[in-house]
Design a binder for this molecule. Structure first.
Ligand SMILES: Cc1cc2nc3c(=O)[nH]c(=O)nc-3n(C[C@H](O)[C@H](O)[C@H](O)COP(=O)(O)O)c2cc1C
Length: 331
């Protein structure tokens, strides 16, 4: 049997193989953030074609944290029936259904009066000119509750896990990064201070979803900007995430985005290796980035720092990528 198609059990959940469809925004939801039929078809088609795990695109937990009017939402219980149909579409195809929850912070649309909120007062690199209003501590407590309520709702709707989006310059990444967090209170300053809010969110979400559901964290393990986060800090942070109950670490990077121009397959492997050295074998790690060939996916799946392989744009281009990979490997 190939490594790519070997099953794996994580915290009591069985996965039929190591192939993950990473979260990728389709921007097809209604203006209220509700699921539409086209999205169910988009995901269930790939589930039926042998993808092991589908992580549904970034889904906002509060209206001010959405990046556009077609983004998927989970901020209200009225959205749960649609999310349930989406989860059933994925699970019915034999894949595990996980959903990514997020708040965009300074990259969001903000309030109706145009105020955008962030970890601190600094713009996100690449988005200079947009100055956030830092969240007050009381507002952060409300937001952490929003994450927890949305997570519990998604599990109730039928997802087996939720993923917190802590990469690509969105709010949890903005809190952790010294380039975007200039707070002077207990939620800024040293690594422990900058990590405090993301860890509080993790803790509340874990409590809200219970021990049986899976908790993923998409970790921006390197900002790829001078003076930004590197694994010197994200390594210890990964350790704290695991201590707080995260089941799977999905490694990514880029405070300004996910580096789409990178051509090398598995180019983030050094980040997985650094994080693995901090968390040893306690939690599985996902490697994503540039993977297009089945042989490369197989080789990378055999790396000690890789338990799951994320295949993004190749799966957008070819919904049957996983089924074809299996045939190609003749198993
Ligand atoms: C159209 C598109 C939308 C994306 N949306 C998200 C998203 O919602 N959340 C996220 O964490 N990453 C998002 N990403 C990044 C992917 O999850 C993935 O990390 C990236 O595409 C690199 O993998 P690949 O080279 O296999 O495509 C998106 C990427 C693409 C191409």
């Amino acid at each position: 049997m190939t490594t790519l198609f070997s099953p794996i059990r994580v915290s009591g959940h069985d996965f039929r193989n190591r192939i993950v469809m990473p979260p990728m925004a389709t921007n097809r939801a209604t203006p209220e953030g509700a699921v539409v039929e086209e999205m169910i078809q988009h995901y269930s088609k790939r589930a039926r074609a042998e993808v092991g795990t589908i992580i549904v695109e970034h889904t906002y937990v509060a209206r001010d944290g959405r990046i556009n009017d077609r983004q998927l939402g989970a901020y209200s219980r009225s959205l749960l029936p649609g999310l349930g149909e989406l989860a059933r579409g994925i699970t019915g195809g034999g894949a595990r259904a996980v959903i990514q929850l997020t708040h965009a912070g300074v990259s969001g649309l903000g309030d109706e009066d145009g105020t955008v909120y962030g970890a601190g007062t600094l713009p996100r690199p690449g988005q200079e000119g947009v100055t956030p209003r830092p969240f007050a501590v009381s507002e952060m407590q409300v937001l952490a509750e929003r994450f927890a309520e949305a997570a519990a709702g998604c599990i109730e709707a039928g997802f087996c896990g939720v993923q917190l989006h802590g990469a690509h310059g969105y709010l949890l990444n903005q809190f952790l990064s010294p380039l975007t967090n200039d707070r002077r209170d207990e939620y800024g300053g040293d690594l422990m201070g900058r990590a405090r809010f993301p860890l509080e969110v993790v803790e509340l979400v874990r409590e809200a979803i219970g021990d049986d559901a899976l908790l993923y964290y998409r970790l921006g393990a390197d900002d790829f900007f001078d003076g930004g986060l590197t694994t010197d800090e994200t390594g210890p942070f990964a350790r704290w995430l695991v201590d707080k109950g995260v089941d799977v670490l999905d490694i990514s990077g880029g405070l300004g985005g996910y580096r789409p121009d990178e051509a090398v397959e598995g180019h983030l492997l050094p980040l997985n290796q650094s994080i693995r050295s901090e968390v040893t074998d306690e939690v599985p790690l996902v490697l994503t980035g540039g993977i297009v060939n089945a042989e490369s996916a197989e080789e990378l799946a055999g790396e000690p720092a890789v338990d799951f392989v994320g295949v993004g744009r190749a799966l957008l281009r070819d919904p049957c990528w996983a089924a074809r990979a299996r045939k190609q490997m003749a198993i």
